[in-house]
Structure formats: structure tokens, C-alpha cells
Write a protein that binds this ligand. Structure first.
Ligand SMILES: [Zn+2]
Length: 398
């Protein structure tokens, strides 16, 4: 791959400025491509020469293409439109849920090309990660034989330390200090990035989803794991050791559900898919199917649960006042009335949220949210620093 000989100095101020302006060029093309270089210069405030230079570098790295018909002699001309080359590279994605893993491939625009769900009950961490690496290999061979893998993004719930690529604590998987990045880098030979799934989905919304997410966004994830993430501008809040967003033990009203922490009435223990399934006496997918089909008792369970999710949403809205709060939850996409129930609860409880219908929104990636979370962990790194180590063949600093 290409090298401009600036690897060791990438942390210096000039290198950082160069990375930031290349990132601005790539994002402008993501938003508005195909787009002429002269238009990119206008939109980003960069000089025409700077845009031409970055576009040439991004073309060289295979991230861009010039539009067909532009002609070979037009390379570098300011009015020839450029677009992302979505056919050349592919991002590997892995999401680790409590009962199954999702392995997927995404293109540069965050589109999920293929996704595979693998149940993993009873597998130890090392065995599960080895199995995921095999599935990824099969997907690359079967669905992207001519594409170059950019690397692998991994997302999961629980406490994930992005800097070290470690799952610090995931009680529902019973994982402690699992070096996911190092294990998968070893077995796949790819660059691997690991992050919490709520933060990953913040990156996905900011890159490919809701336009207001670029101002500020709270992501509230409700599955078996319940957690949250917050970003303002381009900064996703991690806090020391990336421990931010742990809302699992937020107390909710009117719940006596025992929690593994020893208390009762915690948010995750009350609204998790496992709790709902246990109360209904049927597996969760079956319960969701019943509610989707309109079965009254099942629908009522999801609506009651939506009000509880709304309690947490109202609190997060008042504390953080984001431009938009994104709810990731399977019932929101499938069971009519769940999103309105969350919004009603927010309307009753929140002091700061003027218009829940505008502010509380469903995920932009219904049905592919888990695959998208994994892929976004990697694609965020690429969009943040397109001239960085991902495409230079250099190892990524940890
Ligand atoms: Zn608890």
C-alpha cells in the first residue's frame, strides 16, 4: 500500500491538520458524492489545491473513483465529480450479543452487504472469537472475493475499553478482561477495532444516519443488555477506561424485579428481553412475533416496557439535552405503539424536551443495527483519519 513517509510524525501538528482536512474531504464526498472537487472546496473551506491533493491521495488509496466518462486525461481537474468507490474495499463487522454473534460485511457507505447470525450459547470467549473469525473468512471468500478487507470492527454491550481493545466486564456473557482485539487480530490477520455497541451506533448515526446526530446525540440501546452513549459534535464521550453509558442499574418506578447487583427495580433487569420472555413464559422471538401480530397481552407487555424505557430516556434527555435521542430496540421497529409510548412517557417526565416526536427517534438501521454497530467501529476510524494506518499497511498504535 501507499506510504508518504509520514508515519512516525503523524502525531505532529501538521500531520494532524492534514488528517483532519482529508477527513473533511472524505466526509463531504460521503454526504454529497458524486461531487466536483471545486464544490468540495467551497463546502469544506479548504483551498482548491488542498482538495485536489487529498482527492488524489484518496483515489490512490482506492477510496474514491472518478465518474465514468470523466476520461483519463481529466484526473485532478476541479470540475470532474468524484464519489466513494464502494466496490473496492469491504469492512468486516462482528457484534457479540448475549445469545448470538452477528458477522457481516459493509461497504464504505455503511451498507450491509451480507450478515450472518450464529448462536453461541455455551461457547467460551476464545472459542466464540475463533468461530467468528472462521465465519468472517467464509463471508469474505463467498461474498467479497475481489474486495480488499479494511479490517474488522467489533461491537458489544457491557464495559468495553476501546483503547486497549478489551471487554473489561460483560456480566451477561460472563466475560472479564477478554483481549478481543489481540485475539482477533491474531486469528484474522486484520486490523481490529473494538468498542461498545451504543458508542458504535453513535458513530453510525453520525456518519450514515440521522442528520441531527452530528450536533449531539444520545443512543439508548435496549436488548438483553441495556446501555447508552453520548456524543457532542464529533466527540463521543468515553470517560476513563471507556466506562461511560452504564445505565443498566438506573432505578425505574414500579418495578420489583431482582437484579444481579443485589437491588430490585434496575432498568436492565426490568426491561431486558430475557426478563420479558421469562414473564411471558415463551422465548423472546416468539413473544415479539405475537406482539407484532397484534396479540393483545403480548402488545401490552411491550407497551408497559416502552414506558419504562421512556423513564430512562427522559432522564438522559434532561441531563444531557441532546439534539436527538436514538432508541435501538427491536420492538420499536416491529410493534406498533412502542415508540409513541416512549414519547408519551418522555412528554410526561422530561422538563427539557420540548418535542419528543422530533427528538426521540428510532435507529436509522432497523434490522441491521447489530451488523452496522460492528462495521461502524472500523469505518469511524477510517473516516476520522483516511490517510492513517488502516490503509497504509502500518500497524495501528494501541
Ligand atoms: Zn442492578
Amino acid at each position: 500500500m501507499t506510504s508518504r513517509g509520514d508515519g512516525p510524525q503523524r502525531t505532529d501538528a501538521r500531520g494532524a491538520r492534514r488528517s483532519a482536512s482529508a477527513s473533511a474531504v472524505l466526509r463531504a464526498i460521503l454526504d454529497d458524492g458524486p461531487i466536483a472537487r471545486s464544490t468540495i472546496a467551497r463546502r469544506t473551506g479548504l483551498s482548491a489545491a488542498a482538495v485536489t491533493g487529498h482527492a488524489a491521495e484518496l483515489l490512490h488509496r482506492g477510496l474514491l473513483r472518478e465518474l465514468p466518462g470523466a476520461g483519463r486525461r481529466s484526473v485532478g481537474r476541479p470540475h470532474v465529480p468524484v464519489d466513494l468507490d464502494t466496490a473496492r474495499h469491504v469492512a468486516g463487522a462482528l457484534h457479540l450479543a448475549v445469545h448470538h454473534a452477528t458477522v457481516a460485511l459493509l461497504d464504505l457507505r455503511g451498507n450491509v452487504l451480507v450478515q450472518h447470525e450464529e448462536p453461541h450459547d455455551g461457547l467460551a470467549a476464545e472459542d466464540l472469537l475463533a468461530r467468528a473469525a472462521e465465519i468472517l473468512d467464509d463471508l469474505l471468500l463467498g461474498h467479497a472475493p475481489d474486495r480488499e478487507p479494511l479490517g474488522l470492527g467489533v461491537a458489544t454491550g457491557g464495559w468495553v475499553d476501546r483503547a486497549s481493545g478489551t471487554v473489561v466486564d460483560h456480566p451477561l456473557l460472563d466475560w472479564k478482561n477478554v483481549p478481543v482485539r489481540d485475539l482477533l487480530a491474531e486469528s484474522t490477520g486484520l486490523a481490529v477495532e473494538v468498542d461498545g455497541h451504543a458508542r458504535a451506533l453513535v458513530h453510525a448515526e453520525r456518519l450514515f444516519g440521522h442528520p441531527k446526530a452530528r450536533e449531539s446525540v444520545v443512543q439508548l440501546f435496549a436488548g438483553n443488555v441495556v446501555d447508552a452513549a453520548f456524543a457532542t459534535g464529533a466527540t463521543v464521550h468515553h470517560g476513563p477506561r471507556s466506562a461511560a453509558g452504564a445505565v443498566a442499574h438506573l432505578p425505574v418506578d414500579d418495578s420489583a424485579e431482582p437484579c444481579r447487583c443485589g437491588r430490585t427495580g434496575c432498568l436492565e433487569a426490568t426491561v431486558s428481553e430475557a426478563t420479558l420472555a421469562r414473564r411471558a413464559g415463551v422465548p423472546f422471538p416468539e413473544l415479539l412475533a405475537l406482539a407484532t401480530a397484534g396479540e393483545t397481552a403480548a402488545v401490552r407487555m411491550f407497551h408497559d416496557r416502552a414506558r419504562l424505557i421512556g423513564q430512562a430516556a427522559a432522564l438522559l434527555l434532561d441531563v444531557l439535552n441532546p439534539a436527538v435521542l436514538v432508541v435501538v430496540d427491536r420492538s420499536v421497529a416491529q410493534v406498533p405503539g412502542c415508540l409513541p409510548a416512549i414519547r408519551d412517557e418522555v412528554r410526561e417526565r422530561s422538563r427539557g424536551c420540548a418535542d419528543p416526536a422530533e427528538t426521540v427517534v428510532p435507529t436509522s438501521f432497523p434490522g441491521t443495527e447489530l451488523a452496522t454497530a460492528g462495521g461502524a467501529v472500523l469505518l469511524d476510524v477510517l473516516y476520522d483519519d483516511p490517510l492513517g494506518p488502516l490503509l497504509s499497511g502500518l500497524p495501528r498504535a494501541s
